[in-house]
Write a protein that binds this ligand. Structure first.
Ligand code: P5A
Length: 429
């Protein structure tokens, strides 16, 4: 991709309306643009990150046996009357009428819709268990949208829904998502702490939130500091994590005798990037969903729902991975693998070498943002550091004469000279 053909409006100054570093950097690096309070346009660079995150979520959902579908953003009020949540949901729900006067809403979540779809498609125990998910925009008319995509009004969520014949099966589906969440966040370069959580308007009695610890987090969590020692790569990690005390503040306050001695009890702020629920028959019973068991008896399936804040994750990743110069993307989500800087686009040998290297890297499956603009070297370096691509390759007249380029690893700042052939031979693996 040529920078000169891209839309990448970087800003030198820190925008005064952004309070936390991730929001500042998302605006400065040209990832997003606010179009109304809590509503953002995703500019090309931001969209690439969003897609990368969504694809990692998809990969881990597939491994957990979940199946993707896509439900609409707009829902009918009647659907929500069947569960009783239409009136209960309150002013966070964006409600409107279509031209026929029918009451509609922009979905804040999809328990009702998936229950109605599953109810209408499935009759028999043979079709269960199932976990279905989609990645779709949600709207919640938050009282205080803030911190950019962290608390937006329109935001992208992965929401999965499980259907089981038995309580035991339902808890297994819950555990499968729990494990998938730990793997998903690890693949995004994040360490997530699972904590017991209140269920709020979604309902049920079993719920965990997944938090990325950060001082700018909006939530507060209390946990056994032994949690920090758990090796997430260990297959026993999910069980170990669930055996250790960790509570969202609201739940912790209800606990009379905290089992963790004060010196081991950690109190930290966290960014809630995921939230899972097991609520049994709450929606299936209210909406009249029943399936026939092996012996012909009618069973009301047990359900859970499982959310990941896909757009919020970008903010959380930046909070966890940046320095004074800008963003440092983990390789797995970076919008491009390589930033290719041509210091002298007006020099025909440099231009030819840069275009040739771009083409060869792309042919080898690497994604490249090639800064071919007429601009000062200092500005190009600052821009590359700001947008945080994992590797920078710089081409200049001296190097071209000698057949070499300079390579920099963004995360460490380490630089070295390398021959163009060795770069192509896979130095960037
Ligand atoms: C679970 C999936 C639910 O809605 N229903 C379907 C359940 N849970 S939740 O906790 O309310 O939301 C799931 C995740 O979505 C993210 N999130 C937000 N992200 C950005 N801006 C918001 N205003 C916002 N609200 C929720 C969070 O990551 C949350 O864990």
């Amino acid at each position: 991709m040529l920078f000169s053909r891209y839309l990448l409006p970087v800003m030198k100054e820190t925008p005064s309306d952004a309070q936390i570093v991730s929001h500042q950097l998302m605006l400065r690096a040209g990832l997003i643009r606010q179009t109304a309070a809590g509503i953002y346009a995703w500019l090309p660079l931001g969209l690439r990150v969003l897609d990368n995150i969504a694809n990692i979520v998809r990969r881990e959902q597939a491994k957990a046996g979940a199946v993707e579908l896509l439900m609409p953003t707009i829902q009918s009020a009647d659907l929500w009357r069947q569960s009783g949540r239409y009136d209960a949901y309150g002013p966070e729900m964006l409600r409107f009428q279509d031209r026929g006067g029918r009451e509609m809403l922009y979905g804040p979540t999809n328990e009702e819709m998936i229950t109605s779809i599953f109810r209408d498609c499935v009759r028999s125990y043979r079709d269960l268990p199932r976990t279905l998910y989609h990645i779709q925009w949600k709207f919640r008319d938050e009282v205080r949208p803030r911190f950019g995509v962290m608390r937006g009004r329109e935001f992208l969520m992965k929401d999965a829904y499980s259907f089981d014949m038995t309580e035991e099966g339902g808890r297994e589906s819950y555990d499968a998502q729990f494990t998938a969440y730990l793997k998903t966040f690890a693949a995004l370069g994040l360490r997530a702490v699972p904590v017991r959580a209140p269920t709020g308007p979604i309902g049920g009695d079993l719920s965990h939130e997944f938090h990325i610890l950060a001082d700018t987090g909006e939530s507060e969590v209390f946990y056994d500091s032994a949690l920090d020692e758990v090796d997430l790569a260990d297959p026993e990690a999910p069980a170990r994590l669930r055996s250790l005390y960790a509570m969202e503040a609201e739940e912790h306050e209800k606990v009379d005798n905290c089992p963790v001695p004060p010196e081991r009890l950690a109190r930290r702020r966290g960014i809630e990037v995921g939230h899972i629920f097991f609520f049994g028959t709450k929606y299936s019973a209210a909406m009249g969903m029943q399936v026939q068991d092996r012996d012909g008896t009618l069973v009301t399936p047990l359900m859970g729902s499982y959310g990941i804040g896909v757009s919020r994750l970008i903010g959380a990743i930046i909070e966890a991975s940046h320095d004074a110069a800008g963003i440092i993307w983990p390789d797995s989500v970076a919008p491009f693998d390589i930033g290719l800087i041509n210091l002298r686009p007006d020099d025909s040998a440099c231009a030819a070498a840069a275009h040739d290297l771009q083409a060869k890297l792309e042919a080898a499956g690497r994604t490249v943002l090639h800064d071919d603009r007429e601009a000062r070297g200092g500005e190009k370096f600052a821009t590359m550091d700001l947008i945080g691509l994992p590797w920078q390759i710089t081409i200049g007249p001296k190097g071209v004469a000698a057949g070499t380029v300079e390579i920099k690893r963004r995360a460490t700042g380490e630089k070295h000279e390398a021959s163009i052939e060795s770069v192509l031979a896979g130095l960037l693996k």
